[in-house]
Design a protein around this ligand. Structure first.
Ligand SMILES: NC(=O)c1ccc[n+]([C@@H]2O[C@H](COP(=O)([O-])OP(=O)(O)OC[C@H]3O[C@@H](n4cnc5c(N)ncnc54)[C@H](OP(=O)(O)O)[C@@H]3O)[C@@H](O)[C@H]2O)c1
Length: 223
């Protein structure tokens, strides 16, 4: 299967990349970290397609998706995985630029990917879009209000999109669970190390993403 995956430089995205590869699937992935992208280009086969992209730029997202669809093919599965979290703080102490960045990466960039990939999926008439939500897209905690707002937003955006897409194309909000990544270390501190590693998680997450279908359209799912 051809899979478009954002945020492949580390954490869940990188682990998913390796697991999809191991299972014989092809990944077109992106992130900002050029060194990590070069490493993926050299360590993984030429059937994959990796690019350095900042998803905060809609024109860069447009160019990336055009390139992927022309040079590599239209994906059957799209996983909007890239995301960021604010540094723990009460909402009124979060700097404006940090608040805006969380909304831009976690919501606006997801919209950008959808805006440029859906016409391709419509042309073919099939596809699955999985948007990474969070436990904090369905519940809340103190000190991560911007992140909670963004992930509740992802849930709403995805469920509304699911009502708009024609039969054959599904949109699914997915809570990945709790995994020891840079993001978890930022909000949980040292206790993040109690959580499974991304590689352990990817063993069950990759098959989970691969089996998503029309019956999951608009449904809140968890890995
Ligand atoms: N870890 C958990 O326990 C957990 C729980 C619930 C939900 N999630 C969700 O799962 C997803 C992955 O999280 P993670 O824990 O793997 O986070 P992570 O380790 O911090 O990795 C985040 C990824 O997103 C990419 N990214 C961030 N900003 C970007 C931008 N502007 N353009 C392109 N790529 C960008 C990063 O790449 P660059 O920095 O190289 O751009 C990186 O590859 C996120 O949506 C997160 O909210 C995670």
């Amino acid at each position: 299967m051809k899979i478009l995956l954002t945020g492949v430089s580390r954490g869940l995205g990188e682990a998913l990349c390796h697991e999809f590869d191991r299972l014989g699937h092809e990944v077109a992935g992106c992130a900002r970290d050029a060194i990590a992208i070069d490493k993926l280009k050299t360590s993984m086969g030429s059937q994959h397609h990796f690019s350095t992209v900042d998803l905060q730029s809609d024109s860069d997202v447009k160019r990336w998706i055009q390139q992927v669809c022309e040079q590599w093919g239209t994906p059957e599965l799209v996983i909007n995985n890239a995301g960021i979290i604010n540094s723990n703080a009460p909402l009124w102490e979060v700097p404006l630029d940090e608040f805006e960045r969380v909304i831009n990466v976690n919501i606006t960039a997801v919209y950008s990917v959808i805006r440029h990939i859906v016409p391709q999926l419509l042309e073919r008439g099939s596809g699955v879009i999985a948007n990474l939500s969070s436990g904090w897209g369905r519940s809340v905690s103190a000190e991560v209000a911007p992140y909670c707002a963004s992930k509740w937003g992802v849930e709403g955006l995805t469920q509304a999109l699911a009502q708009e897409l024609p039969n054959g194309i599904a949109a699914v909000p997915v809570n990945p669970g709790v995994i020891n990544t840079d993001m978890l270390q930022s909000c949980f501190g040292p206790s993040a190390s109690d959580a499974p590693t991304p590689a352990q998680w990817a063993k069950k997450a990759a098959p989970f993403f691969l089996q998503l279908s029309m019956s999951d359209n608009g449904q809140q799912r968890s890995v």
